[in-house]
Design a protein around this ligand. Structure first.
Ligand SMILES: NC(=O)c1ccc[n+]([C@@H]2O[C@H](COP(=O)([O-])OP(=O)(O)OC[C@H]3O[C@@H](n4cnc5c(N)ncnc54)[C@H](O)[C@@H]3O)[C@@H](O)[C@H]2O)c1
Ligand SMILES: O=C(O)[C@H](O)[C@H](O)COP(=O)(O)O
Length: 382
């Protein structure tokens, strides 16, 4: 059996080499010739999987090691009897930690040292939005969830309108990219809604770039009293707008979900999907391939303030400003080289471990500090 796979999927051999021959190809540049003789196709989000790629091939199973599926023409796969599997939730915790890290920097920038003063509007309350809401709730933020498709379901309640979510101190977008239907998200935030944002607000987009009209955003950021904006996702990746990078506060190259745990869980989920499809037993688990983290323990005593202890711990694991600096350094290249540079930042992404990989040792500290560490997802050793 021939498995053609995006070379950027981690642990391809560890998971798949006893199922078939694995051929690695570039995800961004994948062509019909690459997949023609494949039985199985494994991709990430940069490969458009549709009739143009697969017509005439013998592919019978497609797996994407990502949460988002907007790059896959699922109805066409169904019409051809090609099985499909994605990785829902695989990197949800990674994205939640990205947003928490950004919000903690924002709190400091505003001269505050407490999560509780903040209201956060979460647009899209699925795997990512719900995980983020759970953590923010524990941190005593006021959380408002906007999710019209869920709100329309029987028994679901407690959701707010988009306008109410957009009035919060922090707005964070976690919808899929959809272009049709009642709840389409393409350019959900267009000129009108961007116009209404205030200078004291923070807008974070780590869903999909096209959910925000980036041309209208650029115009808004050039006007008086613009909001603060953090973008992980962009229209027209990998050839993103340098003008927009220049005007946003934190700019990262679509890596919110790039914790090692998130990426490896993505591979694990398509491995499980392929095993189900082939009727094979599932013998491997993501956990067996995760190395010991470089940082596995941190200690704090009662001398450390709650804010400094938790932000030191968070930033020891992940600081979005590092990704921001790396992306900005690529912006002075020639236009034709910038897309490649964006993709290389993603391909060569440094190992980033989730907060749960670090054990926090606390001596004589308060119950409230313990609770905050737990809320953030750290393991405690008291
Ligand atoms: N930046 C990254 O690295 C990264 C990583 C993972 C996921 N993502 C993106 O984030 C998206 C969300 O991930 P998820 O795991 O939470 O997906 P999910 O499918 O679990 O949840 C998405 C939620 O959005 C809601 N929704 C749909 N249309 C909406 C609308 N118009 N307004 C408000 N809510 C709406 C859905 O009802 C659903 O509850 C993915 O589709 C993917 O595109 C980005
Ligand atoms: O949808 C997802 O899971 C994310 O956007 C994913 O992390 C994107 O990473 P890529 O597939 O582009 O490597």
């Amino acid at each position: 059996m021939l498995i053609v796979a995006d070379e950027n999927i981690p642990l391809l051999d560890s998971f798949f080499d006893d199922i078939g021959e694995v051929r690695r190809v570039s995800g961004r540049g994948m062509s019909p010739e690459d997949v023609q003789d494949a039985d199985v196709l494994l991709v990430r989000s940069v490969t458009r999987v549709d009739r143009d790629l697969l017509e005439g091939s013998r592919v019978k199973f497609v797996g994407t090691a990502t949460i988002g599926t907007d790059h896959v023409d699922v109805p066409w796969l169904e019409s051809r009897g090609i099985a499909f599997c994605a990785a829902p939730g695989c990197n949800a915790n990674s994205v939640a930690e990205y947003v928490l890290s950004v919000v903690s920097l924002h709190i400091e920038k505003k001269g505050l040292k407490d999560w509780a003063d903040l209201s956060v509007g979460i647009v899209g309350a699925g795997n990512v939005g719900s995980e983020l809401a759970r953590k923010l709730d524990w941190l005593d933020c006021t959380v408002k969830l906007c999710d019209p498709p869920r709100a329309a379901l029987e028994g679901e309640e407690g959701f707010v309108s988009l306008d109410e979510a957009l009035a919060c101190d922090v707005i964070t977008l976690h919808t899929p990219l959809t272009r049709d239907g009642e709840h389409a998200t393409y350019h959900l935030l267009g000129a009108g809604r961007l116009q209404a944002l205030r200078a004291d607000q923070l807008l974070i987009n780590s869903g999909r770039g096209e959910v925000v009209d980036c041309r209208a955003l650029l115009d808004r950021l050039d006007e008086a009293n613009p909001p603060t904006v953090v973008l992980d996702v962009w229209e027209q990746e990998p050839r993103i707008s340098p003008e927009l990078v220049d005007r946003v506060w934190i700019a990262t190259p679509h890596i919110a979900g790039y914790s090692l745990e998130g990426k490896v869980q993505g591979t694990e989920m398509i491995y499980q999907g392929l095993c189900r499809f082939l009727g094979l037993p599932v013998r491997k688990k993501a956990g067996q391939f995760l190395p010991e983290p470089a940082l596995s323990k941190l200690s704090f005593t009662s001398a450390a303030s709650e804010w400094s202890a938790t932000t030191v711990a968070m930033r020891s694991c992940y600081d979005p400003r590092m990704d921001d600096s790396r992306l900005r350094l690529t912006m002075d290249r020639e236009a034709r080289e910038r897309g490649g540079a964006f993709d290389r930042l993603r391909r060569d992404y440094p190992v980033r471990r989730e907060f749960s990989s670090v054990k926090i040792q606390l001596k004589g500290t308060s119950k409230s500090l313990q609770d905050t560490f737990r809320a953030l997802g750290f393991k405690l050793k008291i």
